[in-house]
Design a protein around this ligand. Structure first.
Ligand SMILES: Nc1ncnc2c1ncn2[C@@H]1O[C@H](COP(=O)(O)OP(=O)(O)O)[C@@H](O)[C@H]1O
Ligand SMILES: O=C(OP(=O)(O)O)[C@H](O)COP(=O)(O)O
Length: 395
């Protein structure tokens, strides 16, 4: 249970509400190409409208490094939100200052404004006190619904919370509830699937999960560091040499804890890192010296399917191979399908895995797809999220 105040703990009627959302959506040629994050924020925005709040939305988009960047304006996201709400959403060209104050003064109950990209101010990512106070000065209440940015201690996520009653939005609450329950009272067998490219980025997660799970399935580029640590020839596959010792420590910890640690038993290897490369399937002991592993093989996919099917709770973070290139997409496709077929409760930890279940058209079969990649990873590492810890404690 979230020990922080939520929107439901406050009377919002007539209140100016600064609501931080994560509208950091993919864009192409000025248009939003995936509106998942905007749709995910709609229940909170509708709740605010229905309860008579004056809604001031704020978000970042991309990494403009503290300067105005024409390609990172939020107006297109605002237009999409307006379609989803069937209601006017006015997109402003600033996030603080006189124009913004005047617009807010003219806002009626249930009205919605979208401020400009907060990262156009250098103070945002520095969690600058003055900027945080300026944001707070615009409103009576702060609602944080930006789960995707909850791992960032920025002026509009954590700084502002010091100056206003600060409560969680519905999306933030749901994300914390699902991920929190999964990790604190998991249904068993509990399986985590970890893939992706870098061991370095997943160390904390693997370490933390080893204390929680029954099965750990490893795939993607990071499996080769473990395979090498076990003494396998891995050819030109991705490896982090300085993490071999750590990989051995994890294998040992798994053994001590009775966690079943699965590594690929076969692979799709390629002559080079290219979709046009020559490819073949090999057993994991038979990776040729100058080839590289770019996907788990069919035997591994079958093995992982069985584990997934026999689990009650499965968390997936990181692709099994270079799924952006079709010759190396099968392993990730197979895991996505196994996740769709299992009766267990399935949680997707954002980022590339969320993109993969979309690509393989099984997103609607998942029980929960997190809107945060980095945020869900940090949560799974057991780290405190500043966007959450800064909220007002429940009385
Ligand atoms: N065997 C592999 N060799 C090299 N890169 C890989 C391999 N398997 C997966 N990848 C790449 O890993 C990337 C995702 O890694 P990462 O950022 O760690 O995952 P996530 O975004 O899910 O956290 C993908 O772009 C994918 O192409
Ligand atoms: O897209 C985001 O992160 P994610 O890709 O890890 O989910 C969030 O909006 C945070 O963005 P940031 O990583 O630029 O701080």
């Amino acid at each position: 249970m979230l020990q922080k105040m939520t929107m439901k703990d406050l009377d919002l009627k007539g209140k100016r509400v600064f609501c931080r959302v994560d509208f950091n959506v993919p864009m192409k040629d000025g248009a939003v190409t995936d509106d998942t994050r905007i749709r995910a924020a709609v229940p909170t925005i509708e709740y605010l409208i229905d309860n008579g709040a004056k809604v001031i939305l704020a978000s970042h988009l991309g990494r403009p490094k503290g300067e105005v960047n024409e390609e990172m304006r939020l107006a297109a996201a605002g237009a999409r939100l307006s379609e989803l709400l069937h209601k006017e959403v006015k997109s402003l060209q600033e996030s603080v200052g006189e124009t913004v104050e005047n617009e807010i003064a003219g806002l009626h109950e249930g009205g919605v404004l979208l401020l400009e990209n907060v990262r156009f101010h250098a103070g945002e990512e520095k969690n600058d006190e003055e900027l945080a106070k300026s944001f707070a000065g615009l409103a009576d209440v702060f609602v944080n619904d930006a789960f995707g940015a909850a791992h960032r201690a920025h002026a509009s996520t954590a700084g502002i919370a010091k100056h206003l009653p600060a409560v969680s939005g519905l999306l933030l609450e749901k994300e914390l509830d699902v991920l929190g329950k999964a990790l604190s009272q998991p249904e068993r067998p509990f399986t985590a699937i970890i893939g992706g490219a870098k061991v370095k980025d997943k160390i904390g997660v693997i370490d933390h999960l080893l204390d929680k799970v029954d099965n750990l399935l490893i795939g993607g580029g990071l499996s080769y560091t473990f395979l090498k640590a076990q003494g396998h020839e891995i050819g030109n596959s991705l490896v982090e040499e300085d993490k071999l010792e750590l990989a051995r420590t994890f294998l040992k910890k798994a053994e001590e804890k009775g966690v079943k640690f699965y590594l690929p038993v076969d692979a799709t290897v390629a002559s080079e890192f290219s979709k046009d490369a020559e490819t073949k399937h090999v057993k994991i002991e038979e990776i040729p010296a100058d080839w590289m592993g770019l996907d788990i093989g069919p035997e591994t996919a079958d093995l992982y399917r069985d584990v997934i099917k026999n689990s009650k709770l499965i968390i997936w973070n990181g692709p099994m191979g270079v799924f952006e290139m079709e010759p190396f997409a099968n392993g990730t496709r197979s895991v996505a399908q196994s996740m769709a077929e299992t009766e267990g409760y399935t949680v997707i930890g954002g980022g590339d895995s969320a993109a993969a279940v979309e690509k393989f058209e099984v997103a609607d079969k998942m029980d929960h797809i997190s809107t945060g990649g980095g945020a869900s990873l940090e949560f799974m590492e057991g780290k405190e999220l500043p966007g959450v810890s800064s909220l007002t404690d429940k009385k």
